[in-house]
Design a protein around this ligand. Structure first.
Ligand SMILES: Cc1cc2nc3c(=O)[nH]c(=O)nc-3n(C[C@H](O)[C@H](O)[C@H](O)COP(=O)(O)O)c2cc1C
Length: 316
């Protein structure tokens, strides 16, 4: 295409975030042109055992496409069985979580525990691959305490049947602190498996640097919370964002499947994100946190935005 640079042509991904990237938030990011979304992580074992909550977590909107279902686990046969369930099969792809650093998950041998057991990780990938004929990806971190094994891990994913990997360029030890270190990206790209880069991506310049270093796309997590329009910004596309309209749309979406009590709890954390960085936003968030009804959430937000202009004034 004339005038289009290589660094303009990339995939944007909404990184999976437990407690956030349900169907409602994914649909909102879709409004702003995200290329690919991923569900919250769901336990393959819980799915296979028929756990109602896990199955419900996989509710989706038709328009949110393509979307990958992220599963976690460590038993190859259970993981393979889970992708045959209709709740998973309705997704365009499956992503296997091999990066979660949370103690409970690691303690059960799931998530980033698999970084320490590449043989078992490989068996999990091939087992899923044998039952799944749509795209399959693996999301992992650089390593447990350092990145020494990252290249071999990417090769293992490639050789076990993954179509691409999403790499969070932090170690498990770093949890979510410190900075993502992308120095290994060119080496990872050389393994031949397409790499989606993840960690602290918050603007177009950073995304372009990663694309120029060989990434096929960028996955954005925390920077999308409260700012779903980041996906339009990354592509330099025009967009309109009215925070109050967005809060109302988000609420309406959640009400499609949850009762008010659940929506109140869900919306508290999202409202905190939508108001983050806005002058006097904190006092509204404090009010919203003790809300018991949706009106107790929406009314202070409406008053705030009516008084503070369309989007509330940003703190400079
Ligand atoms: C609240 C929260 C929940 C997360 N849940 C998941 C998850 O379910 N699966 C996963 O692979 N990563 C999960 N992550 C990690 C993110 O996908 C991402 O790798 C990480 O936040 C780094 O990207 P960022 O700097 O753009 O946020 C979570 C992160 C956060 C902050």
């Amino acid at each position: 295409m004339s005038g289009e640079k290589l660094s303009d042509n990339f995939v944007t991904v909404l990184a999976p975030m437990a407690g956030y990237t349900d169907f409602a938030f994914r649909s909102i990011c879709r409004d702003y042109g995200v290329s690919l979304t991923v569900t919250e992580m769901v336990s393959s074992k819980a799915l296979v055992m028929g756990n109602a909550l896990s199955r419900r977590m996989l509710y989706r909107e038709e328009a949110d496409k393509p979307c990958f279902c992220q599963i976690f686990g460590h038993e190859p046969s259970v993981m393979a069985e889970s992708v045959l369930l209709p709740e998973v099969a309705k997704y365009e792809g499956v992503d296997i979580n091999m990066g979660c650093p949370v103690r409970k998950i690691v303690g059960s041998g799931d998530g980033s525990a698999l970084l320490e057991n590449p043989r078992l990780a490989s068996q999990c990938i091939s087992a899923v691959k044998s039952k799944w004929n749509k795209p399959l990806s693996v999301k992992f971190r650089l390593g447990v305490a350092n990145s020494d094994g990252a290249i071999d891990f990417a090769k293992m994913c490639r050789d076990s049947g993954a179509d691409f990997v999403t790499v969070h360029f932090r170690t498990r030890k770093q949890m979510y602190g410190g900075k993502a270190d992308f120095s290994l990206l060119p080496e990872l790209v050389k393994t031949g498996i397409p790499v989606v880069a993840n960690g602290d991506v918050a603007d177009r310049e950073q995304a372009q640097r990663l694309i120029e270093a060989g990434a096929k796309g960028v996955a954005v997590g925390r920077a999308a919370l409260g700012r779903p329009y980041i996906f339009a910004q990354l592509k330099n596309e025009p967009f309109e964002f009215d925070a109050m309209n967005c809060i109302e749309r988000h609420t309406r979406l959640l009400l499609k499947i949850f009762e008010e009590r659940v929506v109140v709890n869900e919306m508290k954390k999202h409202v905190a994100a939508y108001l983050k960085g806005k002058r006097n936003g904190k006092s509204v968030v404090v009010q919203v946190m003790s809300a018991r009804t949706l009106e107790e959430i929406l009314t202070p937000c409406r008053i705030f935005f009516e008084n503070g202009g369309k989007n509330g004034e940003e703190i400079k």
